[in-house]
Ligand binder design. Structure first.
Ligand code: ASP
Ligand code: SER
Ligand code: ZN
Length: 649
């Protein structure tokens, strides 16, 4: 993920580009009550001259515009906003950085107060900005006006007590997840290893092939979540209240409004993309299930049944590449095992990050600043709790790049390093823009950049840097490679979509707290075709065992990124003059591809995202055809393997 300011900014960049977007802006601007422009802030914003009328009714906004407002005033207003946001976000970001690197009660409190100050400012300033509603503003200002509205994924109520409570809950949930451990009875007397961290448990999930051992790791980790449920419920109430105050029906409507189209259009567009890739997912699921049946037996995995969620090599069954050995199409085609070589060569954490950096510099990007190497966290500290979930930061919004990650010598982490550096290079290319433009074209773009480069980390490239012994040479070897990629990229797609499907329903009230877990498993079964390995009840809170839920990080961005990265890859391969099949292309070393990428990154969120998409790919919407093209040979092969099988669940 990217980490700017936990929950404060959402990496989306909507724009006023058409009438529907204008309607969103109008809706968002319809704010209730008086903007409290009292002088409690160090640099108070100008008070609106006209007060808002009635509370906003979604869809029927009252626009508290000031007929006397001028464009010059708007420009001055946004200049002040930029200065204020820099001050508030830098302070909050520093507090977050420290608290996530040292989880203690005190750092948690510091993080909460940083967030509280930003929340207070945003709610008040969004309301104040409504005075410019009737003005025809130049593009750069109208875009900042809209981005201000969408400037947080956690809007707070203006009631100070409620706001403080929400900030506390948010910081607490992040800490609770970060500290989560499983302390099995059998290790009670082991002085060295009493409790297992998520890292330990993930290693079991990826390596063990014993049904019961996997089950123990799965249930052990999921037991960290029930204490989070009551807080989550309150977070939903308070966040929704904050969203309503700035004109959205609920927090989900706010999250879905960050894509230069209406929330409803966005939902439909995401569904369109899912339908395009679903047939490929279904084939993969069918093939993998039959291989797992052969391994674990039909008494454990029945025909036509969903796959138990603990058998896919990952705690959330979100990516399946760790069980590649169980499903490898053709034996004896040479190993694709990068992990083995990383360990053999004894590459340490920094050396792995250097490999990632060298990919970016090969495209003509700058080296990472010295401070990156001094300030980042690369390794899990032995003596304290940290948030290990990988993230990338520009702490002071001034090329102060860092990553925070508990790196282990394994392929998965080498790929995640590229992912995180993608965020850092986005920051590096846009840090001179106004604060509100220092975001991805939309949040899916931000998540997709490092992954795009990682698509060029092909076997041939890996061989050239000594991490693979042999490149797949024939059709069988290529199918092995494509299947391995599909276990990561294709397996993830339904998971990427369903997390927010669940949250949108929770935020809208369609899913009541009494049904949180039931609704979660209904979606996991419907989309992924996986099932809970043991019966679950509402005493469980399984969504809380996935980082982004307690961490308040919207998730559909990762689904979008999985689609976009293939579009970006196809376009950059073309720029690099490559004409072979997409899955063999590597843009490593191509300055032409790098220039195209840089031009897009430098736009930040200053333009509606379809313009950024056009700049890099010539296309103006999400398009799954590049992903389908990449996997076309595999899809054909899977269909042959699945002949005679009863697919589906
Ligand atoms: N980049 C990942 C994510 O966005 C981080 C990870 O895979 O650990 O959450
Ligand atoms: N990085 C995201 C996650 O860990 C998506 O892969 O869930
Ligand atoms: Zn990311």
């Amino acid at each position: 993920m990217r980490r700017l300011l936990r929950s404060i900014r959402k990496g989306s960049a909507p724009a006023i580009q058409n009438t529907t977007a204008l309607a969103i802006a109008a809706l968002a601007l319809a704010t209730a009550g008086t903007a409290s422009c009292a002088a409690e802030q160090a640099a108070p914003i100008p008070c609106p001259k006209v007060e808002a009328a009635a509370p906003a009714t979604p869809g029927k906004p009252e626009l508290p515009a000031d007929p006397a407002a001028t464009v010059d005033e708007a420009r001055a207003f946004f200049a002040t906003v930029d200065t204020d946001l820099r001050r508030l976000w830098v302070a909050s970001s520093r507090a977050d950085w420290v608290s996530q690197n040292f989880i203690t009660d005190d750092t948690e409190a510091l993080s909460a107060s940083g967030q509280e100050a930003s929340m207070e400012y945003l709610t008040r300033t969004i309301k104040a900005s409504a005075r410019f509603n009737a003005l025809k503003l130049p593009d750069d200002l109208s875009r900042q006006m809209l981005l201000l509205k969408l400037g947080t994924s956690l809007p707070a109520p203006s009631d100070p007590k409620e706001r403080a409570e929400l900030a506390d809950i948010s910081a607490w949930m992040t800490g609770a997840y970060g500290k989560g451990k499983y302390c099995p009875k059998r290790l009670e007397n082991d002085p060295k290893k009493k409790c297992l961290t998520l890292g330990d448990l993930s290693n079991i999930m990826s390596k063990s092939r014993k049904y019961d051992e996997l089950l123990d790791a799965w249930t052990g980790w999921h037991a960290i979540a029930p204490p989070i449920k009551a807080k989550y419920q309150r977070y939903v109430e308070l966040g929704n209240k904050g969203a309503k105050e700035i004109g959205f029906a609920d927090m989900g409507a706010l999250w879905r409004s960050g894509y230069d189209m209406t929330a409803a259009e966005f939902e439909a567009d995401t569904e369109r993309l899912w339908q395009e890739v679903k047939p490929l997912y279904d084939e993969l699921h069918c093939y993998v299930r039959s291989r797992l049946q052969a391994k674990y037996g039909k008494d454990k995995i029945a025909d036509k049944a969903p796959i138990p969620a603990h058998l896919l090599g990952n705690m959330w069954a979100q990516e399946w590449n760790n069980i590649y050995d169980l499903v490898e199409p053709y034996k004896g085609q040479g190993s694709l095992d990068v992990t083995k070589n990383l360990q053999k060569k004894k590459l340490d954490e920094k050396a792995m990050v250097r490999i990632g950096e060298s990919f970016f510099t090969s495209l003509g990007m700058d080296k990472l600043p010295d401070t990156f190497w001094e300030r980042s966290l690369f390794k899990k500290p032995a003596d304290r709790d940290v948030v290990c979930h990988a993230s990338a930061w520009d702490v002071t919004f001034s090329d102060d790049l860092r990553i925070k990650m508990c790196i282990e010598p394994k392929e998965e982490d080498l790929i995640t390093i590229h992912h995180e550096l993608g965020h850092d290079y986005y920051y590096q290319n846009y840090f001179k823009l106004p604060m509100l433009f220092q975001q991805g074209a939309n949040d899916g773009f931000h998540e997709g950049i490092g992954d795009t480069l990682a698509l060029s980390v092909t076997p041939a490239y890996l061989k050239s840097i000594g991490l693979l012994d042999k490149v797949p040479e024939n059709e069988k070897g290529e199918l092995n490679f494509l299947l391995k990629m599909a276990l990561d990229k294709v397996a993830f797609l339904p998971f990427g979509k369903l997390i927010d499907q669940w949250r949108w329903d929770v935020f809208s009230g369609k899913t009541a707290p009494a049904d949180y877990n039931k609704a979660w498993w209904a979606l996991r079964t419907k989309y992924q075709g996986v099932s809970a390995p043991v019966p679950r009840t509402e005493a469980d809170f399984d969504p809380g065992a996935k980082y982004h839920v307690p961490g308040n990080t919207p998730y559909v961005r990762y689904f979008l990124a999985r689609i976009y990265q293939f579009q970006f890859h196809r376009a950059l391969c073309k720029a690099a003059g490559q004409t072979g099949p997409l899955h063999t292309c590597s843009i490593y070393g191509s300055k032409a591809a790098g220039a195209k990428l840089k031009a897009m990154l430098a736009m930040g969120a200053s333009k509606p995202w379809p313009e950024a998409m056009k700049a890099i790919s010539g296309e103006d919407r999400g398009d799954a055809s590049a992903l389908l093209e990449y996997f076309a040979p595999l899809r054909k092969w899977l269909a042959e393997q699945n002949k005679g099988q009863t697919c589906g669940w």
